[in-house]
Design a protein around this ligand. Structure first.
Ligand SMILES: Cc1cc2nc3c(=O)[nH]c(=O)nc-3n(C[C@H](O)[C@H](O)[C@H](O)COP(=O)(O)OP(=O)(O)OC[C@H]3O[C@@H](n4cnc5c(N)ncnc54)[C@H](O)[C@@H]3O)c2cc1C
Length: 305
């Protein structure tokens, strides 16, 4: 079984930042990633609120830069999913999807989150056939078409503005009578002639045959080709739910040093219970989690000073 000092689960901004700090601390660090390095950041079209990039930067570019930096600092990235985690006798055994097991002295959970489903009729049926959770991935498929965006927070508003570059018409269905998004984004959306907000409205169904043909929004049938849903996130905490305390939504509870309720397991980023899930806060959490993990491992090894 491969032995590592710190296993990091997830290579989003939180996992990659942990890798930067742990690599620089000269600890044997492996970051496990089941999909693509960058996580949700990699599917963000343009990021304008991460410091250091005054014109903004594409989510993909920022992901590449963070990945490169983590590797340069000494972290190894293994493309595999962690499917199980056990904690016998002060050590951690991580099981990967292929069945291979790894032994680690500490674990940083940076598994992030996935989009929340609305569970309305037609949603599941038309995923990939008009229903999407990622405008960056799918917007070009809706050139000169009509789409409905659901949500009113930063992500929904940003993605609606991006979709309007391609689509001829974008409806934004939001359950409140004003946007929850940051003011600068809300102003941009309201100034965009292609976007029509439908206030105080709820998506109740999606219809189609081979592809989406309409959406039902508070009883109104809207002919459309696509429905983009941005209804929040669900934390990817499944592998640790039995080991650490989580809140009712599944977010891992930590203290200010990113310690979870179990010694040796640290959590950072969108998987953690907190008030703002963003790239910059994921990176901030991750720096703290990594340093806490570093002290924990060094104490076990007797190399702390
Ligand atoms: C469309 C969109 C636009 C956004 N725009 C912005 C923005 O402009 N500015 C901003 O600051 N934030 C933005 N965000 C939010 C930001 O992307 C997230 O807050 C941030 O990516 C969270 O980082 P993370 O590392 O905690 O988690 P994630 O980015 O979710 O990364 C977690 C990673 O862990 C991997 N993983 C999960 N489970 C396992 C497992 N068991 N084994 C191995 N790997 C696993 C996942 O595949 C994923 O790559 C946006 C999000 C979206 C979806």
């Amino acid at each position: 079984m491969d032995k590592i000092d710190v296993a990091v689960v997830g290579a989003g901004p939180a996992g990659l930042t942990s890798g930067i700090y742990l690599g620089r601390a000269r600890l044997k660090t492996v970051i496990f990633e089941k999909a693509i390095a960058g996580g949700q950041m990699a599917i963000s079209e343009w990021i304008e609120n991460y410091p250091g990039f005054s014109e903004g930067i594409s989510g993909q570019d920022l992901s590449m830069k963070m990945r490169e930096q983590a590797v340069k600092c000494g972290a190894e990235i293994i493309e595999d999913e962690i499917t199980g985690l056990k904690n016998p006798d002060n050590i951690f055994i991580l099981k990967a999807s292929g069945g291979k097991e790894y032994q680690a002295m500490a674990v940083v959970i940076a598994a992030g989150a996935v989009p929340r489903k609305m569970n309305v009729p037609g949603e599941e049926e038309f995923v990939g056939r008009g229903v999407s959770y990622c405008a960056t991935c799918d917007a070009p498929l809706f050139k000169e078409k009509t789409v409905v965006v659901v949500g009113g927070g930063d992500t929904a508003v940003q993605e609606a503005i991006f979709l309007a570059k391609y689509a001829k018409k974008v409806y934004l269905a939001h359950r409140r009578d004003r946007l929850r998004a940051t003011k600068i984004l809300a102003e941009r959306l309201l100034a965009n002639k292609k976007i029509e907000p439908i206030w105080s409205s709820v998506l109740t169904g999606i219809n189609g045959d081979k592809k989406v043909t309409s959406a039902v929004v508070s009883g109104r049938k809207i002919e459309c080709d696509g429905v983009f849903i941005f209804a929040g996130i669900v934390p990817s905490s499944r592998i640790v739910k039995e080991l650490v305390d989580v809140d009712e939504a599944g977010h891992i509870i930590t203290d200010e040093n990113m310690n979870t309720s179990r010694k040796g397991i640290f959590a950072c980023g969108d998987v953690r219970k907190k008030s703002l899930w963003q790239v910059v806060t994921a990176c901030g959490d991750a720096a703290v989690a990594a340093v806490s993990a570093q002290y924990y491992v060094e104490n076990l090894k007797g190399t702390a000073y």
